[in-house]
Design a binder for this molecule. Structure first.
Ligand SMILES: [Zn+2]
Length: 298
């Protein structure tokens, strides 16, 4: 498909869907430096402190990984309202994203972000006030999710929620982050940006590396440590492989990433993602003996 065709398809999808959402204003938009926050159930009274805690979470995640934070979008405090015909004459590899705020009826134009020398999609953060509304939106119990390329219109999710996740980059998580879900999902966003910067195929990464990075980010903030004993026990009767079961993807993944970051540092570990994507089996065989020894050291 040519780039032009892609842009047209994207624009039609993005513009057509908010019409559904207007009839069911289940959310309202507010700006943040990286795009917009969609507040499910409406903009909360303490919108400023909640927004700031999400901005702080972005800073925390990128600092932990010794990366610069994404630069704020131009004019993010006052998103430009645009006419639906905005897409004509659009050029460049990263299209702008348009979302309609159902509360005000205003169309917002969200500009691309700059990060470490690359252009990146703006981020739509879908903030839920509680897990009940989140479960209704997802159609199942869920902790949160990151949606890249608008691919997340999963079956079972509410129509208005599919509309929101139809943008190129979105995160769905609780607004109040007692469970560190925001940090977890923002770590996935960070991983995506590193892959985009380094031309790494993110879908080639073992899931335990992707989830391990996110869990390591959470664990570094929460200071939890039970995973290490679990991993040491697990390693006595199991071997690492590309496919681990659901629980081990997260917990064994955390132990592998913690070992790699402590041994090589965040920057050099992230540079190995291209090798992890191209040949995960080889990488497992390279690191497994030393990872086991590290676990035994306790
Ligand atoms: Zn995850």
């Amino acid at each position: 498909m040519t780039k032009t065709a892609f842009l047209v398809v994207l624009a039609v999808a993005v513009l057509a869907v908010p019409l559904i959402a207007v009839e069911d204003p289940s959310y309202a938009l507010s700006p943040w430096p990286y795009g917009a926050i969609a507040w499910v159930g409406g903009v909360p009274e303490d919108v400023q402190s909640l927004s700031q805690s999400l901005i702080d979470a972005v800073s925390y995640v990128f600092e932990l990984w010794e990366l610069p934070p994404p630069a704020p979008m131009d004019g993010w405090e006052d998103p430009a309202s645009v006419e639906p015909a905005w897409k004509t004459g659009q050029s460049g590899p990263i299209p702008q994203v348009v979302k309609k705020d159902p509360a005000s009826g205003v169309l917002w134009r969200l500009n691309p972000l700059q990060w470490d020398g690359i252009d990146a999609y703006s981020l739509l953060y879908i903030a839920f006030p509680n897990r009940v509304l989140m479960a209704q939106a997802f159609g199942t119990v869920s902790w949160g999710g990151v949606c890249i390329g608008g691919a997340a219109a999963a079956r079972g999710t509410e129509v208005w929620f599919q509309a929101l996740t139809g943008v190129p980059m979105s995160i769905a998580a609780p607004a109040v982050d007692g469970d560190l879900t925001a940090h977890h999902e923002l770590a996935h966003w960070m991983t995506y940006l590193v892959c985009a910067r380094d031309h790494v195929r993110m879908s080639g990464l073992p899931e335990f590396i992707i989830e391990g990075i996110a869990r390591y980010t959470e664990a570094s903030l929460a200071g939890v440590s039970g995973w290490r004993l679990y991993a040491a026990d697990w390693a006595e009767t199991h071997h690492l492989s590309v496919e681990l079961d659901r629980y081990d993807t997260y917990t064994i993944g955390l132990s592998v990433v913690a070992y790699l970051v402590e041994t090589y540092g965040p920057t050099d570990f992230l540079y190995t993602l291209s090798s992890w994507s191209r040949n995960p089996e080889f990488m497992i065989s390279e690191i497994e003996p030393d990872w086991r020894a590290w676990l035994e050291e306790g």
